[in-house]
Design a protein around this ligand. Structure first.
Ligand code: F6R
Length: 597
């Protein structure tokens, strides 16, 4: 949450920095600000509430001397206001911050400092200024010793024009040298070009000047930004969310192909993940939100294919639940961003207990990747819309590959069986592609449900896991109250909320659950509720149910149907929010990377 961006180089800095900041806006969008050296060598600061676009309008006509730092905010400490927007200044120091300072109140008292803003950030400017004796690096190093919490900072000193200093702890920060100068960003995918970039080690101070960067009290890891990992524009689509849904056939294909050999075996050696990691009796999957739902879906695979017991945890509950990590277990952390604070905290807790860990991450070069060590990748490229879509189907695919590998290692699948499973997985690409053709039918459903106050999502077994994702997707972008219910649980309470006009969306893709799911559907219909059923092309008996709206997905019964269901629920949420005229890519109160616990 929150993004920082900066540039120090030849030519003007404001334009490239504000352009970069726009690409970083998915990290927060309640206010934005920029500080730069003007032609007289003075620091100027501009801040506004709302989107980066407002800041761009404000900066029009300003002249700068080639050095600027900027920030896009998701408020944690202090409301949404100009005074709380970054950059913050105290004395000779102006800075932008991504992270949370835990001891900001104690530091205010120690420094006897009266802040202008309500933020936890401003005190760092005062602290660094109080340590500043004409040596910026020493001042930052001394200040760090007194800071508790997480931070990525870009810092200007008023008597050092043409220079930016950075430092980080836990929060992400990347630096890139180009022909014209150096860029810094919370997310390397927002850099203006592909190629080499650096992630400074924690506590390392970087000095950035137009000619390059120098590291003090530490070093930096060199990484490569590939073209597929650079943030692209919407490419003609009205929203990133739609663009990302439409990309799913391709992102599933890329993700799956990375780990399937020519003879149809699963092989993770390209990522250095060895088979010995899977020599366990239990699996825990830990994640948040959509990534957690991928874990719920995958639990069914692991049990069925690999005969292994699985527990899926909400990351924010994992530590508080006091889960004891057994030596014969593997804990899998799933995260698109690789920086979700709750998932990271759970990872640290499992590692501290000596547990085996594996992460499934989409973004490159993340804190989670470095800390986990064993990482499998979803190859989706940057996901910009706040609502996760293509990462979800890719996470499910990687978890499925993991279940296949475990099954083979446990002797539950022979070579032919493994080949058949991977072939079924390769078909997910075309399932997703064919499912996109259901969009007109889904638009008609969205037309009907967009006026609802509540929508219920029903399913059993793996379809319940999908229902959980359906409800999350709808509520986060349409603001309609949506709730997922295990269909069998309906009669234990929630059915009291069903009355005429209340819509439910039901998923049915498994033969084993058919009759009981249809019974639940009948119960809802009998109470005047309307039901939209997503089911497979070969599911029998659904047409016998009166007043049921059926959407047949282009897939047969079985686990492969989850790719079709995922695309349907994402399109349904998208089309509903679109019908309501809402800001689909940037829903209120949310941010893409949740870096606060
Ligand atoms: C929902 C959504 C969130 C994320 C969750 C975890 O559409 O995007 O629920 O799935 O915040 O984020 P990552 O996967 O980055 O750890």
């Amino acid at each position: 949450m929150c993004g920082i961006y900066g540039y120090c180089g030849r030519g003007e800095a404001l334009a490239p920095v504000l352009e970069g900041l726009s690409r970083l806006e998915y990290r927060g969008y309640d206010s934005a600000g920029v500080a730069f050296f003007d032609a007289q060598g003075e620091i100027k600061t501009l801040k506004t509430t709302g989107r980066v676009q407002n800041l761009i309008a404000m900066a029009a006509g300003q002249e700068d001397a080639g050095t600027a730092i900027a920030h896009t905010r998701w408020a944690t400490h202090g409301g949404i206001s100009v005074k709380n927007a970054h950059p913050h200044t105290a004395g000779r120091v102006t800075l932008v911050h991504n992270g949370i300072i835990e001891n900001f109140r104690e530091l205010r008292a120690e420094l006897n400092y009266t802040p202008v803003s309500d933020t936890d950030t401003e005190i760092m400017a005062a602290l660094i200024d109080s340590e500043y004796r004409n040596d910026p690096v020493q001042a930052i190093l001394a200040a760090q010793k007194r800071l508790k919490g997480s931070y990525a900072l870009a810092i200007l000193f008023s008597d050092r024009p043409g220079c930016i200093f950075t430092v980080r702890r836990e929060s992400p920060l990347a630096l890139m040298q180009t022909e014209t100068g150096c860029f810094l960003s919370s997310d390397p995918s927002t850099f203006p070009q592909c190629g080499e970039y650096y992630v400074p080690d924690e506590h390392t101070v970087a000095e950035i000047i137009p000619e390059g960067m120098r590291f003090f009290a530490g070093a930096a890891q060199k990484l490569e930004l590939a073209a597929t990992n650079r943030t692209q524009g919407r490419e003609g689509h009205e929203h990133y969310m739609l663009k990302e849904i439409l990309e799913e056939p391709e992102t599933i294909r890329r993700t799956v192909n990375r780990y399937i050999t020519a003879d149809g075996r699963v092989d993770f050696s390209c990522d250095g993940v060895e088979d010995s990691l899977f020599d366990v009796k239990r699996i825990n999957v830990v994640a948040c939100g959509t990534a957690m739902h991928a874990g719920l879906v995958a639990a069914h695979y692991f049990r069925k294919i690999a005969g292994v017991e699985v527990t899926s945890f909400i990351a924010s509950e994992f530590c508080d639940a006091g889960v004891r990590v057994e030596p014969d277990s593997l804990t899998i952390f799933v995260s698109q961003s690789g920086e979700t604070a709750d998932t990271l905290a759970a990872l640290r807790s499992v590692k501290a207990q000596g547990g085996k860990v594996l992460a499934i991450i989409n973004r490159q070069g993340t804190v989670m990747e470095r800390e986990c060590g064993h990482v499998l990748h979803t190859s989706c490229g940057p996901e910009i819309a706040v609502a996760s879509t293509k990462a979800f189907t890719a996470q499910i695919a990687v978890l499925y590959l993991t279940a296949i590998r475990m099954a083979a290692l446990r002797g539950l699948l022979d070579a032919a069986g493994e080949k058949a499973e991977t072939a079924a997985l390769c078909a997910a690409e075309s399932i997703a592609r064919e499912t996109l053709k259901l969009r007109p039918a889904i638009i008609r459903m969205a037309d009907e449900i967009h006026t609802a106050k509540d929508v219920f999502f029903l399913g059993r077994a793996v379809d319940y896991a999908i229902a959980c994702e359906g409800a999350l997707k709808l509520k986060e972008i349409s603001y309609i109250h949506a709730e997922s219910i295990a269909a069998g649980e309906l009669k234990h309470g929630t059915i009291s909320l069903i009355e005429p006009g209340v819509p439910s969306v039901c998923f049915l893709t498994q033969e084993t659950t058919r009759s009981r799911v249809l019974l639940s559907v009948q119960e809802v219909l009998s109470r005047g509720g309307s039901v939209y059923l997503f089911t497979t092309g070969d599911m029998q008996g659904v047409e016998d149910v009166e007043n049921l709206t059926v959407c047949r997905m282009p897939v047969e019964k079985g686990f492969s149907a989850v790719y079709a269901e995922a695309v349907c629920l994402q399109l349904l949420a998208y089309e509903t929010a679109k019908r309501m005229g809402l800001p689909i890519d940037t829903p209120r109160n949310l941010a893409k990377s949740v870096t606060v616990a």
